[in-house]
Design a protein around this ligand. Sequence first.
Ligand code: GDP
Length: 454
Amino acid sequence: MINDTIVAIATPPGEGGISSIRISGREAFVISDKIFNTKNGESLACRPGYTAAYGNVYDGENLLDDGVALIFRAPKSYTGEDTVEISVHGGDFLIKQVLRAAAKAGARIAQGGEFTKRAFENGKISLTQAESVMQIISARGSQALRLAARNKEGALSKVIEKITSKLLFLVSQISVFSDFPEDETLMIDEEDFIFSLNEIINDLDTLISNYDKGKYLIGGINTAIVGSPNAGKSTLMNLLSKTERSIVTPIAGTTRDIIEETVQTGEFTLKLADTAGIRKTGDEVEKIGVDAALKRLENADLCLGVFDISKPPEAADKELVLRLSGRPSLLVLNKNDLEDKSEGYFEKLSLPFVKISAKEGIGEEALNEKIKEVLKINELDQNSDILGSERQYQKVVTAKNSATEALSALKGGVTLDAVGILIDEALSSLLELEGKRITTEVADEVFKNFCVGK
Ligand code: GDP
């Protein structure tokens, strides 16, 4: 039921300056008045929006703490409903007591993402904006935050709306023509029509290719670090993560499990996996690690192939190079602080490479630059509009496919009615993207990833 009143703790767990609960819905003021007594005795229900009141918080007769209530009146609140935020001193036990008091007073404990879902359902934000709220919360790097904030402000929604209105215009042209096929003044200029359709396909294409480059800034880069034992994979991982998570040891074959670590390097996040050294082995346990390493390599956004250039390349190195070609990969020529005995083998290949010394911490910046080059992140315009999720991406791909089909149908002489169906499909896909045509399942899927209280 959309109109019941929900409550949740809005601040993270743990001790801190303040903790707060948020109450939203038709009964927000009535419920708040049951647990919050203002110092001057005035009811919260009588106070104007955007004001704060100081008072005591009660669970029935029991005084819990003193605190501050912030008043937001519908529709001028995050959810678009009457909302009260009550802040008390920051303590886990205390805030749970306040939450319980609100629940006893008639509020229902909210599910994850329910506040944002209400904002969407009440027309405060579009679905792409709602998704960007989630990204703002989970942003780890400056670029990810910048993109999410742009989308939250509606930059992406505007782009989608522009394409949507172009499609709507084409659909309406076709339906008018179909309704009055005899009227010559309503004839469709095929050249103009094809021009518009091409424009739409180009716009969608730009969104698709920006996402291909920009998704790494948003979701991080799934990175596999691979290489022979002792090449320096763990040392590289430690350098990048600035911790001692991986066990660095000179005995070959000691890194048996995949160790995962998320590190922020420069503008982007690497989701690193330090894997068992890839080599032929009779040791069963080690073999499992090697198999896992190969699998990781297959699915990675980026493979960092680490090679020890202080010795001549071995057969295993050459084999790995073959595995890496054709993938988004970078050869990391390590131990550059020692004498180079690699006979220029790696440099002669047509794969991107960078020379570093993981142990001495030399070449980290060059490595970052090369990663951007390999993933084409550096081709991305700083002001590009980038789709915020795989869901949005899939909708744009579907829209583009339908529009492209419509174009070739039109050129192939198919009837306008049939072309219209394809254009309508493209339109539907974009409307679904923005949540303007949406099933409950899609909405639930989008909001289920939110934390409670948001
Ligand atoms: P892994 O098996 O590929 O994970 O290799 P490790 O990171 O465990 O490194 C193997 C050995 O090489 C260790 O003794 C490291 O200290 C050493 N090592 C790693 N990187 C460098 C480097 O850049 N220069 C030098 N001189 N030694 C390195």
